[in-house]
Design a binder for this molecule. Structure first.
Ligand code: SOE
Length: 390
């Protein structure tokens, strides 16, 4: 980065799993990419002083605060990065935008469509003043996914006919796995649907360039009561005494139609034993197919149906060449990337958009669109899986 590069003061609210990942993004981005603004990790916010000060030290933040409203008053903060559960997104994002701070907000954008609408209109008003908001659908920044989107946009797949999207995890497949905020509707809004289903809705729309126009869905909660957690660690934790209700869905399955005339299927579950973070996306077009699985995230499979049938077959592209999206900044070919690189690329893309005074993508409007799809799935499921327009 050039000496004299203008600074971008960042405040991050929350410091758990997502906070650690975002910290990594902010810390590494300026070290590997030439950025037009230098992100500075000024302050991390959390309610528990002992824990937030330890997080500041560990993740490399210059300071900490225990009240998020205080950072909105700080002159040295230009951007607020929201990494807390969904019940706080609307309030923090709206006040931050009103205070003139750019916002990066974790997904799903909100817990309800009404909150997402409020956030999208706050973002629209702020954009007029050159203050921008983006939602953190990080998997868009996985190079193999970005390459898939490029191939579709270049017409290599022709007309898109099918999207098959799955997000499979198993971290609560054990019926004794304890409760956490992700299983609490008040905090998370929904379960697998919003937490991981939101990602595959975004990915399907991002890769194809289509939007979902209607759905037919089913939600299920397989385990309705679990032990209360004594300690939280990572996604789960250790069980303590007593039990409490699970108030969200464990799994969501839905079919959909898209603006481009494709038929799509979606499955999001935390009950797929052995599947840890399997985001699988398959797209079939009139001229070929693409397939991706995050558990082999440096690879994209491409079938080109215009090739002679005699030798045609799925091609396994190792997406680590300098000409692949984001890869010029990284390692020699074959030296793959990991989960955290999506957060680095997210910071890079956001910083470029801000420096160029343009709307970063995905915008809050796009986050609202995903929220409307999730809401349609909930309504459909509650109504015997009836066809529900978005
Ligand atoms: C838990 O299911 C979780 O951490 C999600 O909240 C993230 O968005 C996903 O990327 C990984 O899994």
């Amino acid at each position: 980065m050039q000496p004299g590069t203008p600074r971008l003061g960042v405040a991050m609210i929350g410091y758990a799993f997502m906070g650690a990942a975002h910290s990594q993004g902010w810390r590494v981005a300026p070290r590997f990419f030439d950025l037009p603004l230098r992100p500075e990790m000024r302050v991390v916010v959390g309610r528990d002083e002992a824990r937030v000060s330890a997080a500041a030290q560990r993740f490399g933040w210059a300071g900490y605060e225990t009240d998020w409203r205080r950072v909105l008053q700080r002159e040295d903060v230009d951007l607020v990065d929201i990494c807390v559960p969904g019940d706080l997104h609307a309030q923090i994002a709206t006040e931050a935008l009103q205070a003139g701070k750019h916002v990066l907000c974790e997904k799903p954008l909100a817990n309800t469509v009404a909150e997402a609408e409020q956030m999208a209109s706050a973002a629209e008003a702020a954009a007029v003043r050159g203050v921008f908001a983006m939602v953190g659908f990080t998997y868009r920044r996985v190079p193999a996914i970005a390459l898939a989107a490029q191939l579709v946009a270049e017409g290599r797949l022709g007309t898109i006919r099918h999207v098959r999207a799955q997000y499979l995890q198993d971290w609560i497949a054990d019926e004794q796995a304890p409760l956490s905020w992700r299983l609490d509707k008040e905090k998370a809004g929904s379960g697998a649907l919003g937490d991981i289903g939101a990602h595959i809705v975004d990915l399907a729309q991002f890769v194809t360039g289509h939007h979902i126009i209607g759905v037919s869905g089913m939600l299920e909660t397989f385990v309705t009561e679990r032990p209360v957690a004594a300690e939280h660690a990572g996604l789960s934790g250790t069980a303590g005494g007593g039990r409490g209700p699970v108030t969200v869905d464990d799994a969501a399955v839905f079919t959909a139609r898209t603006t481009g005339g494709a038929l799509a299927t979606f499955e999001a579950t935390r009950f797929a034993w052995g599947r840890k973070n399997a985001i699988r996306l398959e797209v079939n077009g009139s001229k070929g197919s693409l397939a991706f699985d995050f558990e082999d995230m440096n690879v994209l499979h491409f079938f080109d149906a215009t090739e002679p049938a005699r030798t045609a077959g799925f091609r396994r592209i190792v997406v680590t060449e300098g000409e692949h999206p984001y890869l010029a900044a990284w390692w020699p070919p074959g030296h793959g990337l990991g989960y955290e690189h999506g957060f680095v690329h997210q910071a890079v893309d956001l910083v470029h958009a801000l420096a160029e005074n343009r709307q970063p993508e995905p915008s809050f409007a796009e986050g609202l669109n995903v929220q409307r799809v999730l809401d349609a799935v909930v309504r459909s499921s509650a109504n015997g899986s009836s066809w529900t327009t978005v």
